[in-house]
Design a protein around this ligand. Structure first.
Ligand SMILES: [Zn+2]
Length: 388
């Protein structure tokens, strides 16, 4: 048996009354966070050493005087906020240690209803059944996807969060799965992100999403529109709401695309080994176009997905050394030449091979797993064969 810790995030479909209650819960969480932060500051200024357990005890002792209404909300909401403050402080001290000062050090800030995202944490008896989730003190709430979160799994805690007027839930679970059969397919190399999202060594290409590009253009247009709107006007608020909605749509679409890739390279192909590049291989951060095409965040998300899906499917993951010249090496004969980013086709001066740049890189990655170079010339694939 294999124990996996993972998260499932999905949209909720609360009733109006439930959504109102969620907002109040988030308000309660924010109140406790701010109380704990103020309390810490006071202790520090008095020369003491705060700790979250003492803080919690102190809060419980005074809460009926300070905020008797908090009893209307699940107990765990407050509980988690002491940890949140603790983490905020730890992060702050770590940044100070790294030599950061002022704004960069980021002293923990009080949360505001308007600036900060609405969220709260629940733990305790939480079940998923028939496309619904049962939450403590709240009861059954409909899930937008009825078959995504498995029933009968151990749920450690859930976070409810609001984005653009909609509520989402993230389940932190412990899942037991049977040891998967060892995958035996041919090793697969995956090259991520210049012209397309990903190219696999078997020729499969995941194109950049055209819809996503349209969304991003629309986003830029809305942001220009926002800058023209008068501050505090109702039109400005409307544009702001549109922008928030669009951000959410973009995030969902991006996640969907990444799931397609990670599913293909693990569950669908079941290669004995999947070879990916270590992050930051191509100086992603420095190149602005690249940063736009595939942000670092989605790169690491793709890696995370490939790694857990590989574990489920008995697939081994090999990470290529960040200095491995996957783009510069000829996948046919192994000769190395310089390959500036704008050159799309690898033309080998030695053996004459001509192959799509990313496919060449993916094949080199796959060859790392085999430990040998593939014999023979790869055939350059036509556009239609390469598309999704
Ligand atoms: Zn060659």
């Amino acid at each position: 048996m294999l124990t996996l810790n993972r998260a499932y995030k999905t949209k909720l479909r609360p009733t109006k009354a439930q959504a109102r209650y969620f907002n109040e819960c988030a308000g309660a969480a924010r109140f406790v966070f701010n109380w704990a932060l103020a309390d810490r500051k006071a202790i520090f200024e008095a020369g003491g050493k705060p700790n979250k357990f003492e803080q919690k005890r102190r809060f419980n002792a005074i809460k009926d005087d300070v905020c008797p209404w908090i009893r209307e909300y699940p107990y765990e909401i407050a509980d988690k906020e002491f940890t949140h403050v603790d983490i905020a402080y730890q992060n702050f001290f770590r940044r100070i240690k790294q030599g950061k000062v002022g704004k960069e050090a980021g002293f923990p800030k009080f949360k505001s209803k308007h600036k900060d995202k609405q969220s709260f944490v629940l733990r305790g008896r939480i079940h998923v059944k028939n496309g619904r989730v049962k939450l403590p003190r709240i009861g059954w709430v409909n899930l937008a996807e009825s078959d995504y979160v498995p029933e009968n799994i151990k749920i450690n805690f859930v976070t409810l969060l609001e984005r653009a007027g909609e509520w989402f839930i993230s389940f932190q679970v412990e899942q037991q799965i049977d040891n998967p059969e060892i995958a035996t397919g041919e090793p697969l190399g995956v090259d991520v992100g210049i012209k397309s999202l990903a190219v696999c060594s078997d020729g499969k290409e995941f194109l950049n999403d055209k819809v996503l590009v349209q969304y991003e253009k629309k986003l830029a247009r809305l942001q220009r529109e926002l800058s023209r709107r008068e501050k505090g006007s109702s039109n400005r608020a409307k544009t702001k709401a549109k922008i928030a909605k669009l951000h959410q749509k973009i995030a969902n679409k991006r996640a969907h695309n990444l799931h397609n890739i990670s599913k293909y390279v693990t569950e669908h192909k079941r290669p004995s080994v999947v070879v990916i590049e270590d992050l930051n291989v191509k100086g992603m951060v420095k190149n602005h176009n690249l940063a736009k095409a595939v942000s670092d965040a989605s790169m690491s998300e793709l890696h995370r997905q490939i790694e857990y899906k590989a574990a489920w499917n008995g697939v081994e993951v090999l990470k290529a050394d960040r200095w491995f010249a996957s783009s510069k090496t000829c996948s046919s004969c192994g000769c190395i030449q310089d390959m500036p980013l704008d050159i799309r086709v690898y033309k080998c001066p030695d053996c004459g091979a001509e192959i799509d740049r990313d496919l060449n890189a993916a094949m080199n990655l796959a060859a790392l797993a085999e430990g040998v170079k593939r014999p023979g010339l790869p055939v350059e694939l036509s556009g239609s064969e390469r598309s999704l």
